[in-house]
Design a protein around this ligand. Structure first.
Ligand code: IPM
Ligand code: MG
Length: 307
């Protein structure tokens, strides 16, 4: 990440981020891969709360690989802890011990990191269906035992919110078996990474899902944040005008809502996207057997026309 980019971010109220990663860099150490920029932005701005809303657009139920009646009306929110856990724990290295090559990543959570993400999840659940599912692997991981205890303690402050705990393997299964039962899912960094991709496929395409990465509230109620589609790049689609712009458009809507305190503009954008889908416009990733898919530009124009 060039220093000019960092300086520009420092002067900004929010970051609207594209997608990073290309197979040609896969063999390089983390610090030389494009993902590292994202890794640094999340860490340096302490954007610990990653919100990934998963909604099935009315009319788009048939795009899912699950039966339409299972995903109809689906509206859940993954709250992923984003600056801790195995992504950031040290040591994190490749080394040779007694002539044998080995690698180590460290999963570590401190109680305050769990408390603050739990608080975000409970607060958001209050404005929704008042149900939090906390996902961990407490039968095996020490970090998960601490996670479960701290989340349970936090729940005492939210008697109006129902708390449920699931082990991550079971959660992965329940998410496709009974997705409609979930409201807010709160989990640690890597489980959240994996489960949010799984949740995305409920909607039919990773290309529809936005995200917000938030830190603590700044002065004057300002909320700095980074907004990005949850998916990575799709090098096979680059330059072909076929990618689904929904995730990027909805990320901008989240930016207006959370960082610029402009909820009404966010809602207008979200409604315009809803209408474009309701009117049958589809990019190739969510295409109907019936209608021909539209291009990235045509879908975007359709959203603009409905604003
Ligand atoms: C995500 C992505 C990133 C992550 C990658 C690109 C480093 O998969 O935002 O879910 O693993 O956090
Ligand atoms: Mg991911």
């Amino acid at each position: 990440m060039p220093p000019e980019t960092k300086a520009l971010c420092d002067r900004s109220d929010a970051i609207l981020f594209g997608s990073v990663g290309l197979p040609q860099y896969d063999g390089l150490p983390l610090a030389q891969r494009p993902e590292y920029a994202l890794f640094l932005l999340r860490r340096d701005y302490e954007l610990y709360a990653n919100l990934r809303p998963v909604r099935v657009f009315p009319g788009l139920e048939d795009a899912s690989s699950l039966r339409p009646e299972i995903v109809r009306g689906l509206d859940l929110l993954v709250v992923r802890e984003l600056t801790g856990g195995i992504y950031y724990g040290l040591p994190k290295e490749r080394r040779t011990v007694d002539g044998v090559e080995e690698a180590v990543d460290t999963m570590i959570y401190r109680a305050p990191e769990i408390e603050r993400i739990a608080r975000v999840a409970f607060d958001l659940a209050r404005a929704r269906r008042k149900h939090v599912t906390s996902v961990d692997k407490q039968n095996i991981l020490e970090t998960s035992r601490l996670w479960r205890r701290v989340v349970t303690e936090m729940s005492a402050h939210y008697p109006d919110v129902r708390l449920e705990h699931l082990l991550v393997d079971n959660a992965a299964m329940q998410l496709v078996a009974r997705p409609g039962d979930f409201d807010v899912i709160v989990t640690e960094n890597m489980f959240g990474d994996i489960l949010s991709d799984e949740a995305a496929i409920l909607t039919g395409s990773l290309g529809t899902l936005p995200s917000a990465s938030l830190g603590s509230q700044g002065s004057a109620g300002r909320q700095f944040g980074l907004y990005e589609p949850i998916g990575g790049t799709a090098p096979d689609l680059a330059g072909k005008d076929v990618a689904n712009p929904t995730a990027a458009i909805l990320s901008a809507a989240m930016l207006l809502r959370h960082s610029l305190a402009d909820d009404s503009s966010a809602v207008r954008i979200e409604r315009a996207v809803d209408r474009a889908y309701a009117d049958g416009l589809r990019t190739a990733d969510v295409a109907h057997s019936a209608g021909a898919p539209v291009s990235t530009r045509a879908f975007t124009q359709a959203v603009l026309a409905r604003l």
